[in-house]
Design a binder for this molecule. Structure first.
Ligand code: BGC
Length: 408
């Protein structure tokens, strides 16, 4: 039986996402439960059409360990293109138009898998986990047992740990029967990176004709285990490698945030953003109040002295899709809205970008891109007052995030 993971509701949309439905229906052991939903049992004529083409696939290179990787191209009817790779179930490219109709790739990334395996890769576009963000000192206890994880972000555990973090593994891809969706799957064995339970995961990318890029996540386990999956895309709506994002205007649908210690571990408090540089309830440019313009003088930004790196508590009900963030590049007019069912979003202003060289020789400077990572709160496994991150056997973790693109 398919049990929805508490705090999260999988809102299976109607026909516009039927390509994902087809992929999940094909692969999903929980299928019988979903048949209760008339939307999910309705076959999509497009997916059964003879001669419909899958997403085009190309070689993305061999990993250092000799594994082959592939990249898939998703296209919609308006010419938007997204490319996703099996290495790290990574979002590699995203081409969207400006107000004049000029397309540009807005994501940091690399030309092939070797770039993603290099130290210059700071989780660009990758699926991060098993638990994204930080776990204090890499320690947690569950059902009376202590677990120790890699402390790869001294002194803490970050984005799933070491070489077997999800962002560093080659996922299996199943393209939908049109060019608009691909489902990646991976099973992380019991004990991998120190986490309990065999965890089976699916991540589906769907590029809709309404200019929405949707990411659906699903996971099941055979032992209780913490799970928190997100995508770590770095956006610059002026074009990746075109300078900083300090002039981007950001709105966050969050009245509160989770203050941290100076290693970016939440204190456990939930505090209002009002009166702080973290108040993005009305649009502000990112550069308005970054630390070197005064924000570091306040307690709210002392812990992230180089810029924003904070978890915001999203307004509205976790488990239901609602607007989380709106990002606009005033020069190009490109706008991205993010909708999610997750309780939080990490706003990270590219504080550790170091001018590394990426796709097509572009450089990614300090504050050259912004991450808006929808997720459960950092270190949630060690805070009883934060939304639950423990997935139990018999439950299904389901969550989705939508990036909607437009211009103005
Ligand atoms: C974190 C940053 C970290 C970055 C790594 C973000 O999710 O919040 O602190 O440096 O990931 O790329």
């Amino acid at each position: 039986m398919c049990i929805i993971f508490p705090m999260q509701t999988y809102l299976f949309p109607a026909l516009k996402y039927s390509a994902v439905a087809a992929a999940l229906l094909f692969m999903n052991a929980c299928l019988p439960d979903q048949n209760d939903d008339p939307d999910s049992s309705d076959p999509d004529p497009k997916t059964s059409e003879p001669g419909a083409e899958n997403a085009a696939t190309a070689d993305f290179g061999k990993t250092k360990a000799g594994e082959s990787t592939e990249i898939y191209t998703l296209k919609n009817k308006n010419g938007l293109i997204a490319k996703v790779a099996t290495y790290g179930a990574t979002l590699v490219e995203l081409h969207i138009p400006d107000k004049e109709g000029n397309f540009v790739d807005v994501l940091n990334g690399f030309d092939d898998v070797s770039g993603y395996e290099d130290d210059d890769n700071q989780y660009f576009g990758s699926t991060t986990g098993r638990v994204c963000n930080r776990i204090a000192k890499g320690e947690f206890s569950l059902d009376g047992k202590e677990y120790t994880l890699a402390t790869n972000n001294d002194p803490n555990h970050l984005h799933g740990g070491g070489d077997k973090a999800l962002s560093k593994q080659v996922w299996k891809a199943v393209p939908a029967s049109d060019a608009q969706a691909v489902t990646f799957s991976l099973t992380s064995p019991d004990g991998e990176e120190g986490y309990p339970g065999n965890l089976s995961m699916k991540v589906t990318y769907t590029l809709g004709d309404d200019n929405e890029l949707r990411i659906d996540y699903e996971a099941t386990t055979d032992k209780a285990t913490p799970v928190n999956l997100t995508n770590h895309a770095y956006f610059n709506l002026g074009g990746a490698g075109s300078g900083t994002v300090l002039d981007h205007e950001l709105t966050l649908n969050a009245d509160n945030y989770t203050p941290t210690d100076d290693t970016l571990i939440p204190t456990g408090k939930i505090e209002p953003v009002e009166g702080t540089p973290l108040d993005f309830r009305k649009a502000h440019t990112i550069g308005d109040r970054v630390p070197d313009k005064g924000a570091s003088k306040t307690d709210d930004c002392k812990t992230a002295p180089k810029g924003y790196d904070h978890n915001f508590v999203l307004n509205g009900k976790a488990g239901e899709q609602r607007l989380a963030a709106r990002l606009k590049d005033p020069k190009s007019g490109r706008v991205m809205e993010i909708y999610t069912d997750q309780p939080g979003i990490q706003f990270y202003s590219g504080n550790f970008l170091k001018g590394q060289t990426g796709k097509g020789g572009k450089t990614y400077p300090f504050r050259g891109a912004v991450c808006l990572e929808t997720q459960h709160f950092p270190d949630g496994v060690n805070h009883d007052n934060f939304p639950n991150t423990i997935l139990k056997p018999g439950e299904t973790y389901k969550t989705s995030t939508v990036h909607k693109f437009s211009t103005e």
